[in-house]
Ligand binder design. Structure first.
Ligand code: AMP
Length: 439
């Protein structure tokens, strides 16, 4: 399968190869022809599958007859509206639009809250064919008459389940009321709770249903491990994992903003360059932290679920659940940050005795037993959960042995690791570089 067979123009194919994409991902192969036909679509795809390009590319193709270089705003009405739950995701979608529209005269912009509104007003008043927005800020602009949505031909709701969780549904309904009835609707969601199914039923007309991973299953390119550990030993365990595995880029999830700040500061004090991002930080500080993380200035980025939504980091190798999420679905979103577009990723969960029930809920949701390990005596005093499979029983009993005999398990200073631990440690060695990366 190649991009050439999907019905995209030579101009777009050039932008695709400039971006370094060789072949379409499964969601792109399925969604692009559907969107090009003008059909409504409901797509089950999480971040990391290439879902953004799966709607951006065909939208650009469909709008290409309208591309023009006129300076008149009237010649640039908003024809595509893409709604996303967070500013980070909105910004990343628009970056993708810009990258693919580089050989075209189509205009785009992004509007979200938390930053000055003036630049956004100017861009909107100049006219853009493609508008990416978070719902709240878009409504502010509508109210101030900076944008007219009556010419929208294509609507995308990206990460619809997130928008639901974040309480955006009333805003979305207000926005829907401003759009022309005749339009194409594309709904993307990683999970399909009842509310989303209801929204899809009212929004979509004879939709094509496209699904790349079964809903509520974790990405298959991600290895998942959980360590049983007392809450007060989690930081030491994380520091050991990062140091000994030589992890260079780790996204760590905490449940609270305070927890994120505290952990980032403590790790930094221990000499592991770290930063925290969450909703209380200024947009500029969040952007800077993300940039430093992407360029390798900081190794550990600590984030809350909301702040991490939509983060697009190429080839993020490690995700750590420092605390398990309250909602099992969030686990799927968190680990979806790694193992993207076919690259392998590792998701590590640090599970205190109080969190074991949450781990069981997650396992039930993703229909996969996540093995509970101990790491070199840094475990808990509680017995592990009753095993459910023979394989799990084996792991649990080995974990007990290694806890009971810490001298056998100390490494690297204290001698060779126990066999099981060597295996676990090997799992978390840094990904091997290819020769071309080294030269
Ligand atoms: P998304 O699911 O849209 O957030 O995309 C996840 C990551 O995969 C992004 O970093 C994209 O740049 C990358 N990506 C998307 N499509 C492709 C492709 N066809 N080939 C290689 N990388 C891709």
């Amino acid at each position: 399968m190649s991009f050439a067979t999907l019905g995209l123009s030579a101009e777009l194919q050039r932008a695709i190869s400039d971006r370094g994409y060789c072949e379409p991902t499964p969601i792109q192969a399925q969604a692009i022809p559907v969107v090009l036909e003008g059909r409504d679509m409901m797509a089950g795809a999480q971040t990391g599958t290439g879902k953004t390009a799966s709607f951006v590319l065909p939208i650009l193709e469909r709008l290409s007859p309208h591309a023009n270089t006129s300076v008149s705003p009237a010649r640039h009405p908003t024809r595509a509206l893409i709604l996303a739950p967070t500013r980070e995701l909105a910004a990343q979608i628009e970056e993708e639009v810009r990258a693919f529209a580089r050989h075209s005269a189509l205009r785009s912009t992004v509007v979200f809250g938390g930053v000055s509104i003036n630049m956004q007003i100017k861009a909107l008043r100049d006219g853009v064919e493609i508008l990416v927005a978070t719902p709240g800020r878009l409504l502010d602009h509508v109210q101030s008459r900076n944008v007219n949505l009556s010419g929208v031909e294509v609507l995308v709701l990206d990460e619809a389940d997130r928008m639901l969780d974040m309480g955006f549904m009333p805003d979305i309904r207000r926005i829907l009321a401003l759009l022309p009835a005749q339009r194409q609707n594309l709904l993307f969601s990683a999970t399909f709770p009842e509310e989303i199914k209801k929204l899809a039923a009212t929004l979509l007309r004879l939709p094509a249903v496209v699904q790349v991973a079964r809903p509520n299953t974790a990405s298959e390119t991600v290895t998942q491990v959980a360590y049983a550990v007392d809450q007060d030993r989690k930081r030491a365990l994380l520091a050991s994992l990062v140091r000994e595995g030589d992890w260079q880029q780790v996204l760590v999830f905490t449940r609270t903003k305070q927890g994120a700040n505290r952990l980032a500061q403590q790790l930094a004090r221990e000499g592991i360059a770290s930063s925290a991002i969450h909703g209380d930080k200024l947009q500029s500080a969040r952007t800077q932290a993300l940039e430093e993380f992407k360029t390798g200035t900081i190794r550990v980025l600590v984030a809350t679920d909301i702040a991490a939504r939509g983060l697009d980091i190429d080839q993020l190798p490690y995700v750590v659940n420092y605390e398990l999420p309250n909602v099992p679905e969030d686990y799927v979103h968190r680990i979806g940050r790694t193992g993207r577009a076919g690259a392998s990723g590792h998701a590590v969960s640090l599970v205190s005795p109080e969190e074991r029930k949450m781990l069981a809920d997650i396992s039930r949701l993703i229909k996969l037993e996540i093995p509970l390990e101990t790491f070199r005596g840094m475990g808990t005093d509680e017995p592990p959960l009753p095993a459910r499979s023979p394989a799990h029983t084996a792991r649990v009993s080995e974990a007990r042995v290694s806890e009971a005999r810490p001298s056998r398990t100390r490494t690297p200073a204290g001698g060779a690791p126990a066999p099981r631990e060597r295996q676990v440690a090997a799992l978390f060695l840094p990904p091997r570089r290819t020769e071309s990366e080294l030269t």
